[in-house]
Design a protein around this ligand. Structure first.
Ligand SMILES: NC(=O)c1ccc[n+]([C@@H]2O[C@H](COP(=O)([O-])OP(=O)(O)OC[C@H]3O[C@@H](n4cnc5c(N)ncnc54)[C@H](OP(=O)(O)O)[C@@H]3O)[C@@H](O)[C@H]2O)c1
Length: 251
């Protein structure tokens, strides 16, 4: 299998890489931090993978395209693209500065488009391929303090739905919606209900991709949360708002 993965220098992307490495895949691992990528690439090679690393910023359309062209020149067919790179930051509305949340939208939305679009003509030509977009439970619920993150992940859900309807059925599109998973992103979060380990999350994701699921929300508790999100809004918003206000007063 030939697989292009963004956000492979830590967390979910890193552990997805290990899962496919064990299966002997040819991997393109992408992220900005070169040293981290090199370490992970070496571990993947020891597990049996062929690996190329690309130190790129997914918000840069041209360098992302160059990495894709280079990977395509090494393979005969692209099997799977996993647009996983992402940023999670709180809105910090009280600071009145949109700089950070603009970056969240840029990485999580523009980055996904820069990653996936260059592969589409190739997938159309080869009449096969699988596009996996890493959304979030926040693709379904805009929670207190996380408006921009949710906006970016709602956009990712919209892209996945539309692309699935637009592309021929020979190309699969999967939206992956994790709840809380241990990673650099969740290290600073205080409230992480139902959090699961990164390796377990990666196994679940790869299993869902093997089954060509259209949407995969996990862990199971989060499927219930998404199903009853209206009730969650009524019962918990006030408490969450108070907690958020208390937290932002400290910063
Ligand atoms: N952990 C969770 O609880 C959770 C829940 C729901 C959804 N998600 C989603 O899962 C995905 C992976 O996140 P994670 O939890 O594994 O967090 P993470 O450990 O912080 O990993 C984020 C990855 O994205 C890369 N990245 C960030 N900005 C980038 C940019 N501009 N260009 C290229 N790569 C960039 C990072 O690498 P560099 O810094 O080296 O560039 C890193 O490899 C994200 O899309 C996130 O929104 C995570």
């Amino acid at each position: 299998m030939n697989i292009y993965i963004t956000g492979a220098s830590s967390g979910i992307g890193e552990y997805i890489a290990y899962e496919y490495a064990k299966r002997g895949a040819h991997l393109a691992l992408c992220a900005r931090r070169k040293e981290k990528l090199d370490d992970i690439a070496n571990k993947c090679r020891q597990m049996g993978a062929e690996v190329t690393t690309y130190s790129i910023d997914v918000t840069d359309q041209h360098s992302t395209k160059e990495s894709i062209d280079d990977f395509l020149s090494k393979i005969t067919k692209i099997d799977l693209v996993i647009a996983n790179a992402g940023r999670g930051e709180l809105d910090a509305l009280h600071k009145g500065d949109p700089t950070i949340i603009n970056e969240v939208i840029k990485v999580n939305v523009i980055g996904v488009q820069n990653t996936v679009l260059p592969f589409i003509p190739i997938m159309l030509k080869q009449e096969s391929g699988h596009i996996a977009l890493v959304g979030s439970v926040a693709s379904h619920i805009a929670w207190v303090g996380g408006g921009a993150y949710a906006a970016s992940k709602f956009a990712v859900r919209a892209l996945s739905e539309s692309w699935r309807k637009t592309l021929p059925t020979t190309i699969d599109v999967t939206l992956i919606c994790p709840g809380f998973v241990e990673s650099e992103m969740t290290q600073k979060a205080k409230w992480k209900p139902f959090i699961i380990k990164t390796d377990i999350a990666a196994k679940k994701i790869v299993n869902a991709l093997n089954k060509k699921k259209k949407v995969f929300i996990f862990p199971w508790q989060m499927r219930i949360v998404v199903a009853f999100k209206g009730l969650l809004g009524i019962v918990m918003t006030n408490a969450a708002r108070k907690m958020y206000q208390k937290q932002t007063q400290k910063n």
